[in-house]
Structure formats: structure tokens, C-alpha cells
Write a protein that binds this ligand. Structure first.
Ligand code: CP
Length: 316
């Protein structure tokens, strides 16, 4: 699928939607991180950046973290927030997504948060809607999860101080992971050149050579001297056939306290969630002193506040 990666910018290169990481500049990413930091460090619990605006969330796929943090972020910014119950919406009577969006637009919704199993759905909507509407991609198929990548960058900066010289390892099902693709693009924009991707070859994308990353089949040698390890879930729901057994996967790629020893002592262990304990990660590691998994979840609120407020301010 070909994506129009310029679709999310206005003529001054400011963000009008947030659809993908590709084509963002280092400045865009740093602006988002810095704004999120302002929110996180503020003693206030309520802001008025989105007062008078209406945000609608359209999740055609399950979610706990993304959906809830967008709702909390909207409410902290004083937006009116509508959670559309897709399972009971008129899409089940044959209404198209575009007609649904136009219907909600007629009710004065300003921003749509969209998650869909089909890659490119948020881009498609952004092309079709009126000029005053903002679309945020909350995860589309195997393509992109840009707000997750931003909260991951925020978490890395918080713990490592910056990005220079970092050794980052991404472990697991890269083939089906929208998180991995958005992560790699973000790290590249921030000039992180030492990126390892680790996992079985049949869970790697065909264009692995073009990603300009170090591929490792073995977990312990792959994470050697890593500053950051990002574990991924096996995306069983996106596999058309069984590509590996859970037992084999855990034996080779499950992160345990013993295997983590080959990374740096102060390595941080990340995971976008939901985690599968005893598959890609042991409880000892997920709940251990190197884990920052719950900090990632918390960062989701301030990062999503930053993205929503920057985009709507660019419209004013
Ligand atoms: N990381 C992530 O997208 O989690 P949810 O599916 O719970 O939103």
C-alpha cells in the first residue's frame, strides 16, 4: 500500500493530522516530547487547551491503553469526549466509515481518534473529511502506531537523558508489528543508528535489508550491551498460519532475568502492551527493577495531550 506521508502537514509543514512517523522532522518529535514534559511536570491537573472542542474516539479494534489514555488526555484538556460504541453503531447496518465520520462532523466533532485493523484507514479518512477536521491514528493494521512511538521516545528520553549513542534492541514479531515500524522510524529520525531487531526470520519483514538495522536470530547476543530492550507481543491475530509454537518462542526469545544479563546493567525493558507473561517476557522481568512498562502507560496521557493540543492549536 502506498501512503501519502505528506497528508498530515499543512503548507507551513505544521501538523494538521497525526497519521504516521515517516516525514516527521526531529523538531516535530522534540516539540511533542517537550510539550508532554510540560504537562507532566505541571502541578495542574486541568488544562483548557481543548475547551469548546469535541473529540470522538472510533476504535474498530480492541484497546485498553490507547483508548483510555486518549479519553483521559481529552478530559484533562477540557474537551468534550465521545466514545463511539462501534459494536452498536450504524456501521453494522452498512453505513460506511466516511458516512459515519460525516454524520459525527455534522454534530460538530473536531477531532477523531481512529484505530482500525486495515492499514491506511486513518489516511483514507483524512483525505475524505472536511478541512477543519483532525484525524489521529491510534493504530492501523500492521502499518503504524505513531502515538505509541512518541510515548516510547518520551520514556527513553526520561530514563536515558537523550538518544545519542544508544543501543536499542527490538525483540519479537517485527513482521506484524505496527509499533516496531513506528519505533524504527522514530529512532532513525532521532539519529539512533545502533538498532537491533531480534527474532525468528519468519517474523521479520521482507524489506528487512532496507530498514538499515542489525538483524539477530539469537536473543542474548542481540541484546548484548543494549541500553534499551523493547519486547513485542506475538501478533497471533494477524498471523494467517501458525509461524512458531509458543513453547519454542518462549525458549528462544522469552526475556528472563538470566538472559537480560548480557545487556547493560542499567538497561530499561519496555513493552507497548498488552504483555503475555511466560511467552515473550517472564513476570520477574516485567515486574523487575529494569522494567519501565507502566511508566510507558503513564506517559501515554501526557504525550497524547501534547499531540492533540499541538494539532488543534495549529488549526487556530
Ligand atoms: N500499546 C497499545 O496499543 O495497547 P492497547 O492495544 O491496549 O491500546
Amino acid at each position: 500500500m502506498n501512503f501519502d506521508y505528506k497528508l498530515q502537514f499543512d503548507k507551513d509543514n505544521k501538523l494538521k493530522h497525526f497519521l504516521n512517523i515517516e516525514n516527521l522532522s526531529e523538531l516535530h518529535i522534540k516539540e511533542i516530547i517537550s510539550k508532554a514534559d510540560e504537562y507532566e511536570k505541571s502541578k495542574k491537573n486541568k488544562f483548557y487547551d481543548l475547551e469548546g472542542k469535541t473529540v470522538a474516539s472510533l476504535f474498530f479494534e480492541p484497546s485498553t491503553r490507547t483508548k483510555t489514555t486518549f479519553e483521559l488526555a481529552s478530559k484533562k484538556l477540557s474537551a468534550d469526549f465521545i466514545n463511539i460504541d462501534i459494536a452498536n453503531s450504524s456501521t453494522l447496518k452498512g453505513e460506511s466509515i466516511i458516512d459515519m465520520i460525516k454524520t459525527l462532523e455534522a454534530m460538530s466533532c473536531d477531532m477523531f481518534i481512529v484505530r482500525h485493523s486495515i492499514s491506511g484507514t486513518p489516511h483514507y479518512i483524512a483525505k475524505e473529511v472536511g478541512g477543519s477536521i483532525c484525524i489521529i491514528n491510534a493504530g492501523d493494521g500492521t502499518h503504524s502506531h505513531p502515538t505509541q512511538a512518541m510515548l516510547d521516545m518520551y520514556t527513553i528520553k526520561k530514563y536515558k537523558g537523550g538518544f545519542q549513542g544508544l543501543n536499542v534492541s527490538i525483540v519479537g514479531d517485527i513482521l506484524h508489528s505496527r509499533v516496531a515500524k513506528s519505533l524504527i522510524s522514530s529512532l532513525k529520525i532521532l539519529s539512533v543508528n545502533n538498532i537491533n531487531v531480534i527474532g525468528p526470520k519468519n517474523l521479520m519483514p521482507d524489506n528487512l535489508d532496507k530498514l538499515d538495522v542489525n538483524y539477530h536470530n539469537d536473543l542474548e547476543s542481540g541484546i548484548n550491551e543494549s541500553d534499551v530492550i523493547i519486547m513485542l507481543r506475538l501478533q497471533k491475530e494477524r498471523m494467517h498460519e501458525s509461524l512458531i509454537s509458543i513453547e519454542d518462542y518462549y525458549k528462544k526469545y522469552g526475556l528472563t532475568q538470566s538472559k537480560i544479563k548480557s545487556a547493560k546493567k542499567d538497561v530499561i525493558v519496555m513493552h507497548p502492551g498488552p504483555i503475555n507473561r511466560g511467552v515473550e517476557i517472564d513476570s520477574d522481568v516485567a515486574d523487575g527493577s529494569n522494567s519501565v512498562i507502566l511508566d510507558q502507560v503513564a506517559a501515554g496521557i501526557s504525550i497524547r495531550m501534547a499531540i492533540m493540543s499541538l494539532i488543534l492549536n495549529n488549526r487556530n
